[in-house]
Write a protein that binds this ligand. Structure first.
Ligand code: HH2
Length: 265
């Protein structure tokens, strides 16, 4: 899943694809690089982001969805029912919902739905996230929402632990270490680590500032590759070409040392 942020303020690429023409061109680049899905978003969810009104989000998202929907599977990254509806009308077939609340749209319109876990809202979520057992709580939440969506008739339900959404670095690492358990819940798993701050924290010198966004590609690839190895069916990334290379390696190539064919490749 390639990320297409039609926003002025996304954390890693805000403003770069804000004009419709630039966004459509970027979407085509993502397709050329090998994205199976292009995820179009018109509202940043970064910590502290300003909320966007419905009309403005529609203005940002709908023309881009319309232009790309004939060329690739398009998902819409939104928490607003009106925007999800309009994007589906414009050709999107997946609703990527970081609020995990829009399953009725997916059921009614017969499109896919991604339920992501988050604690709090962008305004507050990174202030002091707390869990008793982060993995158990996230798993229980996702199983409950995915079950509700399935019972309501949503035809295709994905789950996502929401890396960085109301989570400390340690929470993110615990979730990444437990991806096989999340995959075992029984719904296809999506994981989004791309360029996120915790990667910069982990690679920074002790006591130093987090490494900047432009230096987070190795961490993004390492964690996307790890997620795919652990059973994620989709990874949400900015750097599609590089991630497709990793996916090729994790997927069909058997790296068992005692497999002669695998060893030769
Ligand atoms: N992360 C972001 C946005 N949407 N959706 C899913 N399913 N999973 C994620 O991990 C996820 C998501 C945040 O990244 P980005 O879109 O690059 O930034 P911003 O929210 O600032 O636009």
């Amino acid at each position: 899943m390639g990320i297409l942020n039609v926003t002025p303020d996304s954390f890693s690429d805000g403003g770069r694809w804000f004009e419709t023409g630039a966004a459509v061109a970027r979407g085509r680049e993502l397709i050329a690089e090998g994205a199976d899905v292009v995820d179009v978003g018109g509202e940043s969810t970064r910590p502290g982001a300003e909320p966007v009104g419905v009309d403005e989000e529609l203005r940002r998202v709908v023309p881009v969805v319309e232009a790309l929907a004939g060329e690739v599977r398009v998902s819409v990254d939104t928490t607003k029912e009106e925007v999800a509806e309009a994007a589906v009308e414009a050709g999107a077939t997946l609703v990527n919902d970081v609020s995990a609340s829009l399953w009725a749209v997916a059921a009614r319109r017969r499109v896919g739905w991604v339920a992501m876990h988050r604690q709090g809202t962008p305004a507050t979520m990174q202030l002091d996230p707390r869990y008793g057992d982060v993995v158990a709580e996230v798993a229980e939440f996702l199983a409950e929402r995915a079950g509700a969506a399935s019972r309501a008739g949503a035809p295709e339900v994905w789950i996502d632990p929401g890396i960085g959404f109301g989570k400390t670095v340690d929470h993110n690492l615990e979730l990444l270490a437990s991806l096989p358990a999340l995959a075992a819940i029984g719904y296809p798993l999506v994981v989004g680590t791309s360029r996120k701050r915790f990667l910069g924290v982990l690679t920074a010198p002790a006591g130093g500032e987090p490494d900047p966004v432009e230096d987070r590609l190795p961490g993004s690839l390492a964690t996307a590759t790890w997620a795919m190895h652990c059973g994620a069916a989709m990874v949400r990334v900015h750097d599609v070409a590089q991630t497709v290379q990793s996916a090729t390696l994790v997927g069909p190539v058997d790296l068992q040392p005692d497999d002669p064919e695998g060893g030769q490749r």
